[in-house]
Design a protein. Structure first.
Ligand code: ADP
Length: 147
């Protein structure tokens, strides 16, 4: 696991997106930080293994999910990040979102994960959604939780 450092510069900010309104709010906070700190942004969407009855989702439906994520990234880039385009990259990974986000932060040497407290399931009576909670508990770097 990456050792914590005393660095306070946010060179690479990881922004996990489920494309919910909350995740877009977190993206806007990350964009503001990136503008102030000259950071690079990595947008990450994780495609979960879905169970349909007893069948795990097929390769075709999985690549369809990846294709849709790439399309949504394009929309997000156009709508929110046109001023930063050369400093933004996107990734689609497979797995359980909390685990995959923490692994990506480690692989990519991210200084900060900027993530919303809630997402697509919008169950508001929990203080944190399950993905956000997992990231706060297990991230190898600082986490900015955006309400
Ligand atoms: P909720 O239970 O309210 O949906 P989550 O903890 O799942 O809350 O979501 C919190 C945030 O985690 C989302 O706004 C999003 O930024 C991130 N997130 C959730 N699922 C994914 C995913 N599959 N890929 C990338 N980021 C995700």
């Amino acid at each position: 696991m990456k050792q914590p450092t005393m660095s306070t510069s946010w060179q690479r900010i990881l922004v996990p997106l489920d494309f919910s309104d909350d995740s877009i709010t977190a993206l806007q906070r990350a964009r503001d930080l990136a503008e102030t700190h000259d950071s690079n942004l990595v947008l990450l969407h994780v495609v979960e293994p879905a169970f349909q009855g007893l069948r795990i989702q097929t390769e075709a439906s999985h690549s369809e999910a990846e294709r849709m994520a790439q399309q949504k990234f394009q929309g997000v880039m156009n709508d929110y990040l046109s001023a930063l385009q050369d400093r933004v990259s996107v990734e689609v990974r497979d797995g359980r979102p909390g685990d995959a986000i923490c692994r990506a932060a480690e692989d990519l040497n991210a200084d900060l994960i900027c993530i919303a407290t809630h997402g697509i399931s919008a169950i508001r009576h929990f203080m944190l959604g399950s993905v956000a909670e997992k990231v706060v508990r297990h991230a190898p770097c600082s986490v900015l939780l955006v309400r």
